[in-house]
Design a protein around this ligand. Sequence first.
Ligand SMILES: [Zn+2]
Ligand SMILES: [Zn+2]
Length: 256
Amino acid sequence: MKILFLGAHNAESKNTRLVSILIDNTLAIDTGCITSELSYAEQEKIKAILLTHGHYDHIRGVPTFAFNNYCSVTPVYATQPTLDMLASHLVDGIIYPKFTETTPMCDQRSLEFIPLQYHKKIKIADYQIVPFPMNHKIGAVGFEITDKQGKTIFISGDTGHGLSEIWKKIAPDVLVIEVTFPNSKEQTAIDAQHLCPKMLQNELKNFFNIHNYLPQIIVLHICPKLEKEIKKEIQDVSRELHHPIEIAYEGMIVSI
Ligand SMILES: [Zn+2]
Ligand SMILES: [Zn+2]
């Protein structure tokens, strides 16, 4: 499994992109920069889009992707609240055409919305995928993705603390987990349902207590303006846990 981080931050600038992860060039998880970071030929290889939740930094590439690839039908998998947000705010027939219906550009729809059920395994292309409800705003899910070789990645999407019940159900090779704020903004992280390094440490300790191992850990969704502080604190967590923690960056490739 090849995991390419196209966007690894929660804010966009010349040097930072919003969250998008590409699995084996064919499966897109979130769409923060799915069109700006991929050529047309690369976009055409995408077989399905999975969305963790309906916040703009994760869904914004859906209409631009549909606009670029209007003569093929791309399935978009997400929970119903996320699909509803897309339909009412972005792919709404006002801001962008309703790509889920036939558009004049091509005699067919270019998006198919497929609602996900929590905990219900589905097969997408060559992958077994299970969506887990995360501690974030309405309808947020994390994805457990297993390929044909049995390699498994878990992508948390945005989430707050309290993940032990999910840890009991997964045992991935790679854990991609968000950290948005530094420890100095712990209360903001709690209020906005995100994580800071201190909270990450607690979640990872709980994971270890359940499984007696820690997977390869990659952190993303970092707030760029606070990145220096967050990186230092994540290094401290890594030292405390005696386990490496990588920080995702734009263009990072991980193979498992
Ligand atoms: Zn969010
Ligand atoms: Zn976000």
